[in-house]
Design a protein around this ligand. Structure first.
Ligand code: GRF
Length: 201
């Protein structure tokens, strides 16, 4: 399967996908890496892996709808089978979502702690177990059907950075596993439930 990854930050989730895709048995090609700003770690990791990178900056467009249309157009050029949002900090618009299946990784056990400060919020709430979720993206913020999750303990003395690093160790494994399944199995979504069936033949 051909995948385009969207990143905004350091790109360690992307790196896990790049490393996995380097093995032909993984059956996933990262066709390109897109970012919402120049100079992100994710773009540098793509370049180091010889994967094309692109930037579609919201500030270059009159409004979100124009940015959404522009991103959809760039994605069309790479012909992805699906799109992986790996630490992409923008809400994808209706143009992109109408054309592509998008999966996102989130560092909390949705529906708990949606939004851009999930790790800080989980720590502040005092939960003892948090984790990561990979889900289909819908028009909401972190509200699409859950594909898979992994639990991660909150340890005494954790601060947001230490907890996030512990989550990311498991999150990267989860993302690689889910992307492989999306590339090799068929799935259907009934309401909010994702049902898998192995691809015949
Ligand atoms: C990940 O934990 C992702 O879930 C969250 O931000 C982090 C991005 O990390 N949205 P990286 O850029 O993949 O290192």
């Amino acid at each position: 399967a051909r995948v385009v990854a969207l990143v905004s930050g350091s790109g360690t989730n992307l790196q896990a996908l790049l490393d996995a895709a380097a093995d032909p048995s993984y059956k996933v090609t990262i066709a390109a890496v897109g970012a919402d700003r120049d100079g992100t770690g994710g773009l540098a990791r793509a370049e180091a892996a010889g994967v094309p990178g692109f930037v579609v900056r919201p500030k270059d467009f009159a409004d979100r709808a124009a940015w959404d249309r522009a991103l959809a157009g760039v994605l069309d050029g790479y012909r992805p089978d699906f799109v992986v949002s790996a630490g992409f900090m923008r809400i994808l618009g209706p143009e992109v979502l109408a054309r592509y299946t998008v999966v996102n990784t989130h560092p909390a056990l949705l529906p708990a702690f949606p939004g851009a400060h999930a790790v800080r919020d989980a720590l502040a709430y005092g939960v003892r177990i948090t984790g990561a979720t990979v889900h289909f993206v819908d028009e909401g913020v972190d509200t699409g059907p859950v594909i898979d999750q992994v639990a991660v303990p909150v340890l005494d003395g954790d601060d947001a950075e230490r907890l996030h690093e512990r989550i990311k160790e498991r999150e990267r494994e989860l993302l690689v596993r889910v992307v492989r399944r999306l590339a090799t199995e068929s799935w259907s979504i009934e309401g909010r439930r994702v049902d898998w069936r192995p691809r015949r033949g």
